[in-house]
Design a protein around this ligand. Structure first.
Ligand code: HEC
Ligand code: HEC
Ligand code: HEC
Ligand code: HEC
Ligand code: HEC
Ligand code: HEC
Ligand code: HEC
Ligand code: HEC
Ligand code: HEC
Length: 256
């Protein structure tokens, strides 16, 4: 079996393949240090109809050579290796980084605010260079946590999010999305907690997260009795810091 496969492969490489489907060729995975994995698929390449001649073995394996010439990105830009075709004419251009480098959206967990989603796709439209971030600002693996204060001094996201090349750190919601929270209360009327209203009062996230409320699910249902004891909304709505849960029912409960 093995000899047979080698013979077929050699024959295909030397004479060109008209019967490309005759043998299953492996995907080749390139592991790069700072740029993730790149998978080259023989199958997908041999399926495609290029604008030039059909993608036979010879298009890449000159004179039956086993491996096409290796090259780094700089070499590819000069037309070597993948760059022989991936130049915007034979196939999509090298500028389309993420079509070869599989990078996902990354979800960074933040205890106080819930996850922050970093989108490679959206960033690479504006910052077309892995090296702008890797590994000067971020390792491609998990990074140690950075505080907003450190970002304010130019670390991590704060290297760019200064209000010049990208929106400033003061636009919290663009990175930490929050919504209004609807509490359904049958008898007394529904309650809407408005983040905006509270943040406009110059509360910051840490006044409530994680001490009073976990962002997202995981807060047990509470009762007015608990609030009157100073829990949940009652931490502030006690008649001193803010109007009280003991009387101002209609400010929170709207009949609808
Ligand atoms: C604007 C900054 C930025 C640019 C540009 C950028 N990255 Fe990232 N990358 C990040 C951040 C932030 C993380 C998440 C790090 C963490 O989880 O702590 C990350 C994580 C990764 C990871 C690990 C997570 C995963 O998806 O498996 C890989 C691999 C990666 N990047 C590859 C790349 C490649 C390849 C490019 C260029 C095509 C690139 N990055 C460009 C910021 C960037
Ligand atoms: C679009 C370019 C391209 C075409 C067309 C192509 N190959 Fe490849 N082939 C490659 C690349 C890239 C590698 C990986 C070389 C390396 O190790 O860096 C490779 C590796 C190989 C290997 C060694 C790895 C393995 O799977 O065992 C064999 C054998 C091979 N090709 C056979 C073929 C045959 C047979 C055909 C025609 C049916 C073919 N190739 C067509 C690009 C191509
Ligand atoms: C002989 C020309 C040629 C060479 C060399 C070549 N490609 Fe391609 N590639 C194509 C064509 C043609 C397509 C399909 C047209 C398109 O999508 O623009 C394609 C499509 C792709 C795709 C999308 C299909 C898929 O597999 O998901 C990827 C990814 C890709 N190539 C990666 C590579 C990598 C990595 C190399 C170098 C190791 C390489 N190619 C070398 C011609 C080539
Ligand atoms: C056609 C597929 C393809 C595209 C498009 C592509 N790359 Fe690559 N890239 C590769 C392959 C394959 C390697 C691995 C080369 C090796 O190790 O032999 C690589 C390696 C790298 C490396 C490792 C160091 C080096 O320079 O080789 C970096 C960084 C990188 N790519 C960044 C990028 C960026 C940024 C873009 C977009 C501007 C991009 N790549 C577009 C296929 C691609
Ligand atoms: C190398 C510079 C750079 C770094 C580092 C960077 N960004 Fe960006 N970011 C940009 C640019 C440029 C834009 C597009 C312009 C704009 O929206 O202001 C952008 C846009 C965004 C957007 C809006 C697009 C979208 O995804 O919806 C978000 C959210 C974002 N960045 C989050 C982050 C987070 C989180 C980090 C850190 C993990 C980060 N950025 C690090 C440059 C950067
Ligand atoms: C450009 C995106 C971005 C913007 C804008 C942003 N943050 Fe963050 N924030 C992050 C990321 C990413 C982390 C997690 C960093 C880590 O773990 O490495 C974080 C962490 C935090 C933390 C936990 C760490 C700490 O500093 O205590 C808090 C709280 C926080 N952000 C609040 C805010 C507030 C309030 C604002 C607006 C004034 C804001 N953030 C604006 C991306 C952003
Ligand atoms: C006055 C208190 C308060 C402040 C200040 C506050 N939050 Fe919240 N937050 C809440 C409450 C209440 C919930 C709902 C909890 C629940 O679902 O049980 C919540 C939920 C969230 C959620 C989950 C949203 C969802 O739709 O699942 C996120 C994310 C969040 N907050 C982010 C923030 C960020 C970022 C800040 C700072 C800019 C902030 N919060 C400031 C009270 C607050
Ligand atoms: C960290 C303190 C704090 C917490 C916790 C808090 N609030 Fe408030 N809230 C305030 C302050 C201060 C005001 C404005 C003061 C006033 O009008 O008495 C306010 C105003 C309001 C208002 C009127 C403004 C508007 O949104 O129209 C409502 C309604 C409200 N809070 C509901 C809630 C609910 C529901 C909860 C619990 C899910 C909650 N608050 C938790 C401090 C807090
Ligand atoms: C600061 C805002 C706020 C004020 C003021 C407030 N409530 Fe509530 N109330 C809530 C929230 C939020 C819930 C839902 C809690 C949950 O589901 O976790 C709730 C739940 C309830 C419930 C159902 C749970 C239970 O304890 O039986 C009743 C009934 C109720 N409220 C009645 C009242 C009455 C009567 C008043 C006035 C004396 C009042 N509330 C004042 C925010 C408020």
């Amino acid at each position: 079996m093995k000899l047979c496969r080698i013979a077929t492969v050699l024959a295909m490489l030397v004479f060109g393949a008209t019967a490309a489907g005759a043998i299953e060729l492996k995907d080749i995975t390139y592991h790069t240090e700072n740029a993730g994995k790149v998978v080259f698929s023989h199958k997908k390449h041999l399926e495609k109809k290029p604008r030039r001649d059909p993608l036979q073995c010879k298009a890449c394996h000159e004179n039956g050579k086993k491996a096409p010439e290796k090259a780094n990105m700089a070499g590819m830009e000069k037309g070597k290796s993948c760059g022989a075709c991936h130049n915007g004419r034979g196939a999509f251009a090298l500028a389309a980084c993420v079509r070869c480098h599989k990078v996902r959206d990354v979800s960074i967990n933040v205890k106080q605010t819930g996850p922050v989603v970093f989108s490679h796709q959206k960033h690479l439209k504006k910052v077309q260079d892995c090296a702008k971030c890797h590994n000067a600002l971020f390792k491609t693996g998990k990074n140690p946590p950075v505080t907003m204060t450190a970002m304010g001094k130019g670390e991590s996201c704060g290297a760019c999010h200064t209000g010049k090349q990208a929106f400033p750190l003061s636009d919290c919601q663009k990175c930490h999305p929050y919504r209004d929270k609807l509490y359904k209360v049958k008898d007394a009327g529904n309650v809407v907690f408005s983040h905006k209203a509270h943040i406009d009062l110059s509360f910051s996230c840490k006044d409530c997260h994680d001490s009073i409320f976990k962002p997202g699910k995981g807060n047990p249902k509470t009762s007015m009795a608990k609030m009157e004891e100073g829990k949940s909304c009652g931490v502030c709505h006690d008649g001193k810091k803010a109007f009280t849960v003991k009387s101002d029912c209609a400010t929170c409960h709207k009949s609808s």
